[in-house]
Design a protein around this ligand. Structure first.
Ligand code: ATP
Length: 234
């Protein structure tokens, strides 16, 4: 198993947000974590990377307990986060942003080869390599955010709400690229756009109020009455 969360509880100050979240990301798979605004999806990712401290429960990475491992060490171990809102360096070029993603020891020496690899995944970024990140379209910026995380040569990639603010066509193009990562990287994809995420995922979890309320392969979830009503508008 690439990543496993066992009964994770966490929150902010005295506010509890996650009430025993358990989920698994199989090696080479795309696993989706779906749910409405405020359900705790971002908090789950932040707890996995250790920016938010887990109150109880465990995080296992390739079978190793990393619950208490600090965030920078987790990046060195191969866990990368594409944060909500992209967090690019807008005044820096595409290439400079990518190089920032490769500063970690595990990736530094291979930065050149890795950049060729991410350019093959995102040819648009290659064309725009000398353009300032802040001048690109939303879809291109999201591609860059994912590409920058890939520059650290992760084995597990956590992507937070990549569809936010993007037009449907752009979302579908972006998710097609995410799909090509299958087999190379294990992905945990957080999304409010349930329909789009179910199209590319191998397995999905639905989080509501800090609890996993449904899980299953996409075919099962699209046929589920609650999922249809609450998330697919059917
Ligand atoms: P969204 O799509 O809006 O990001 P989400 O499912 O990712 O939704 P979280 O961002 O994890 O939800 O938020 C879960 C709860 O935690 C919300 O009630 C939110 O107000 C609260 N919360 C998030 N960040 C903080 C923080 N830094 N301090 C206090 N409360 C927070």
């Amino acid at each position: 198993m690439a990543l496993e969360l066992q009964k994770l509880e966490s929150g902010y100050g005295r506010l509890k947000v996650l009430f025993g979240v358990s989920l698994k990301v199989e090696k080479g798979s795309i696993t989706a974590l779906l749910g409405p605004n405020g359900a705790g999806k971002t908090t789950t990712l932040l707890t996995v990377v250790g920016v938010v401290r887990p109150w109880s429960g465990r995080v296992l990475y390739q079978g190793v307990d990393v619950t208490a491992t600090p965030p920078h060490k987790k990046v060195e171990m191969g866990i990368a986060l594409v944060p909500e809102g992209r967090r690019l360096f807008p005044e820096m070029t595409v290439e400079e942003n990518l190089l920032m993603g490769a500063y970690v020891k595990r990736a530094r020496d291979k930065a050149h080869d890795t950049m060729e690899w991410v350019f093959s995944l995102f040819p648009r970024l290659k064309e725009r390599r000398r353009q300032k990140a802040g001048t690109m379209s939303g879809g291109e910026q999201q591609m860059l955010a994912i590409a920058r995380a890939l520059m650290s040569r992760p084995q597990v990639l956590l992507i937070d709400e990549p569809s936010a603010g993007l037009a449907p066509k752009v979302v579908s193009d972006l998710f097609q690229v995410v799909k090509t990562l299958k087999g190379e990287v294990s992905v945990l994809l957080v999304e409010q756009n349930v329909a789009a995420a179910l199209e590319v995922s191998d397995y999905a979890y639905v989080l509501e109020n800090g609890h996993v309320v449904k899980e299953g392969p996409p075919e099962q979830l699209v046929a589920d009455e609650h999922v249809k009503k609450a998330y697919l508008g059917i």
